[in-house]
Design a protein around this ligand. Sequence first.
Ligand code: ZN
Ligand code: ZN
Length: 166
Amino acid sequence: MAGIEVEVRCTGCDYSDEHETPTADYVLENDVLHSLDWRFAWCVAERRLVSAEKLPDLEELAARVAELEAPGEDEIDLDTGLPIARARLLEIARVTLAWRRKRTIPERCLRCGETSLLPMDSWQYKDVAHPGCAAEGTLSTDGGMFLSEGPDEANPQFTPEGERLP
Ligand SMILES: [Zn+2]
Ligand SMILES: [Zn+2]
C-alpha cells in the first residue's frame, strides 16, 4: 500500500497536524474497482486539514465510454504486458460512468465523512490561508510519498457513496 504523508503547520498560530492519505479504491458493481482520487481540504466539522474525495469528471467518463464503443484494438496492461479485452474495459467504463451519474452525496472528508469542506488544491506549491485563524496565518505542508512495509496489503476500500468499508 502506498500513499502520501504530510506534516502541516500554521505560520500564525500553534495549529499543527500529521496527515496520511493511503491509496484507496471504490468498490463498484460487477467487481469493478475504481481508484479513489482525492485532494486536500479543510474539514469544517473537524477543523483540520484532511484529504477529501475528488469525484471524477462526468464528461471525461462519458468520453471514455464513447472511445471504447468505437472500433479499436485491445489495450495493453502496463503491469503484465498482456492485452486487456476491450469488452471488459468497456464494461468497467460503463459501470464507472453509471456510478458517477447516480452519486448524489457531495465529496466527503475521508476521515469523518462530512461534506462541509473547503478545498485546497494548491497545497504542494504555495501556502494557503488557515481558515478561521485569529493570527491570519497560512498553512504550510511538508512531506511526500510513503510505501508501507507490507506490499501485499490491500488498499482501503470505499462504497460508491464514499463510506469506508471495514
Ligand atoms: Zn493559524
Ligand atoms: Zn472530517
